[in-house]
Design a protein around this ligand. Structure first.
Ligand code: GLN
Length: 254
């Protein structure tokens, strides 16, 4: 009987121990919840596909943030106009997709400090050049849907663009004669015209800054992200990624 009693006590202690272990593991799992980046992988060199893998400058920035948080990293690609909604709904922890900071978007998400100053340009056929924004008025303009190029056509030119899912698809439409010109962010635009004899780019027609977006009301996460970006700028890593991923994305065209 005495032995049985000791056995019972041992079992109870053991059970308690196991329960606390399970709980601890549960907590660990909560910490190990992946940090989910949402992006749109048709935007080299910021994000593009290397085979099945999503790679690029924005992916590296987001990975560095996940590392700071001690969380594993996961990236998913969707159409550009679904990136910010995924951040708002909490489906993703961070939106990083060469996202331009705009007053309109600021109403829905919080932005980090900017990590690049850039803008949009006109992609045109050399035998039918368009070098200024005004030149595009009344022309058939192709853009990637939901982008600042799209807004530019609607708000500055007062017309509707033809909307495509990527800058490359819009440029393909130009080559096929389905539009007169394309408006797109300079880096993917450069990538599209690389090695293509008959196309050229205008100067910037806007000035924009890219930042990463998170769901509103997370000041601590925002601070950590800002610190990470500042660090990556100061230690030269960001500049290195810009150089490396530009070269890799350009090489994909060769
Ligand atoms: N910078 C542009 C915007 O924010 C385009 C971004 C993109 O297509 N990935 O609208």
């Amino acid at each position: 009987m005495k032995n049985f009693l000791s056995l019972c006590i041992a079992a109870v202690i053991c059970c308690g121990f196991l329960t606390s272990c399970t709980k601890k593991n549960g907590d660990d799992n909560a910490n190990a919840k992946p940090f989910r980046m949402i992006t749109e992988a048709t935007f080299p060199p910021y994000e593009f596909l290397r085979g099945q893998e999503i790679v690029g400058i924005d992916v590296e920035i987001s990975k560095a943030i996940a590392e700071k948080l001690g969380r594993p990293f996961k990236a998913e690609t969707v159409d550009f106009d679904s990136v910010i909604p995924a951040v708002i709904s909490g489906k993703a922890d961070i939106g990083a997709a060469g996202i331009t900071v705009t007053e309109d978007r600021k109403k829905n998400v919080d932005f980090s400090i900017p990590y690049v100053t850039t803008g949009i340009v006109i992609v045109y056929k050399k035998d039918a050049p368009f070098t200024k924004g005004e030149d595009c008025k009344g022309k058939k303009v192709a853009v990637q849907g939901g982008t600042t190029s799209d807004t530019y056509v609607v708000e500055q030119l007062g017309q509707e663009p033809d909307r495509y899912r990527s800058p490359a698809e819009a440029v393909a439409a130009l080559q096929a004669g389905r539009c007169d010109l394309v408006i797109a962010d300079i880096d993917p635009a450069k990538n599209c015209v690389k090695g293509v004899e008959n196309l050229a780019l205008s100067d910037f027609i806007t000035s924009e800054s890219y930042a990463v977006a998170i769901k509103k009301g997370q000041p601590e996460l925002l601070k950590l992200i800002d610190e990470t970006i500042a660090e990556l700028q100061a230690n030269g890593k960001l500049a290195q990624w810009v150089a490396d991923y530009t070269a890799e994305a350009d090489a994909l065209k060769d």
